[in-house]
Write a protein that binds this ligand. Structure first.
Ligand code: F6R
Length: 364
């Protein structure tokens, strides 16, 4: 079943252009360039607040989506990890959409949070990859990802498909709220449809990433930095590295470095910086300089423009295609997945079945 691939995780990383295209096919109308959600039988324009609940990688997809819902639709978003959600006694007002994101649709904490929100009268939306799952059955608004079965314990293709669905939902909500006109919607759809080709362009750097894995494999600690909607990607990168290579890693907002974690920096700590060129780039470059000045070993993941501007002095650079900021989180998922994958291979760990982890977490 793995075909020419060594591991399911590797196969699933490489499936992303196809499955993201497959997912988008059921959320956008290609000819008219508008968003078309599969099944919707209530008035989304009445939604006043969104509460997102998920775990792990699915939670990071939710963090990215918060930027989109707030930026496009101006709908306020609360987001929690599922294991914390109920215990903080969240305020759930009428007219709220509670959105659950899960590959398996069975994660115990997420499912319990869903039931809690249902009892509190929230409209229940779910983004799931398993259409027959418990969460899918209990949803008012079912938004399936079409990633196909994900076998590798570390989630990869489900994540980028979740992002594709969430971006389409955010644009749709913005239209319903009168915050986005037809031309802007077409612009968003156009950029989403560029994602599969950009994912392919990112995957083309697989060999470069494999070749630099030995720089990261001996590390004890690794930091990942990102800003804006790439900040959740920094956390996702750190999670992937921890789970399959067993190297301690943390994702931080670039600007938070100087508030503590910079104390960790010496010449043994690789710092992976996710920084597409654009409006937030200059600020991130200043944060990189703070790291370099303390001997930190920087790996810059950026586009050609970004690497030309700030690549000097880095121990390695990984070049991404130049992409619209909307799809950057999808495209930048690829290098962090591949980096974790190749570091794990270099260390000889069990990539598809990392120690202590289960694919579906059905206990709270
Ligand atoms: C990370 C990973 C886990 C899951 C988490 C949620 O690679 O696989 O963090 O993302 O257990 O699982 P789902 O999405 O099935 O609810």
């Amino acid at each position: 079943e793995k075909g020419n691939y060594r591991h399911f995780m590797q196969k699933e990383i490489f499936e992303q252009p196809t499955v993201v295209a497959q997912t988008l096919a059921s959320y956008v109308h290609r000819a008219d360039e508008v968003v078309a959600l599969p099944q919707i039988d209530f008035d989304l324009s009445a939604i006043k607040r969104i509460t997102i609940v998920a775990c792990g990688t699915s939670y990071y997809a939710g963090l990215v989506a918060k930027y989109w819902f707030e930026q496009f639709a101006r709908v306020p978003v609360d987001i929690d990890v599922a294991s914390e959600f109920r215990y903080r006694e969240p305020v759930l007002e009428d007219g709220g959409l509670a959105l659950f994101i899960s590959q398996s649709g069975e994660t115990a904490d997420t499912l319990a949070a869903l039931r809690h929100c249902k009892e509190a009268g929230q409209t229940i939306g779910v983004v799931v990859n398993v259409p027959t799952s418990s969460m899918a059955r209990e949803a008012d608004l079912l938004l399936p990802t079409h990633a196909g079965p994900e076998i590798g314990v570390a989630s990869t293709k489900a994540f980028t498909c979740q992002l594709a669905v969430l971006a389409a939902l955010a644009a749709h909500l913005a239209v319903k709220k009168g915050r986005m006109d037809r031309a802007e919607e077409q612009e968003v759809v156009k950029h989403l449809l560029e994602a599969p080709a950009c994912l392919n362009a990112a995957l083309a750097h697989d060999d470069d990433i494999a070749a630099m894995a030995h720089l990261i494999a001996p590390a004890r600690d690794v930091l990942y930095l990102g800003r804006g909607s790439d900040f959740p990607l920094a956390m996702e990168g750190a999670l992937k590295l921890k789970e399959i290579s067993y190297i301690h890693a943390e994702g931080y907002a670039s600007g938070e470095m100087k508030h503590g974690p910079i104390a960790l920096i010496d010449d043994k700590v690789p710092v992976i910086v996710l920084a597409p060129s654009g409006s937030l780039f200059e600020k991130t470059v200043s944060n990189m300089q703070e790291v370099s000045a303390r001997g930190g070993q920087i790996v810059l993941i950026s586009d050609k423009e970004g690497i030309e501007a700030a690549g000097e002095g880095c121990i390695a650079t990984i070049e991404m295609p130049k992409v619209h900021p909307l799809i950057a989180p999808l495209v930048y998922a690829v290098p962090v997945q591949l980096l974790a994958y190749h570091v794990a291979c270099a260390k000889g760990t069990d990539v598809d079945q990392p120690r202590n982890l289960a694919k579906s977490v059905t206990v709270e």
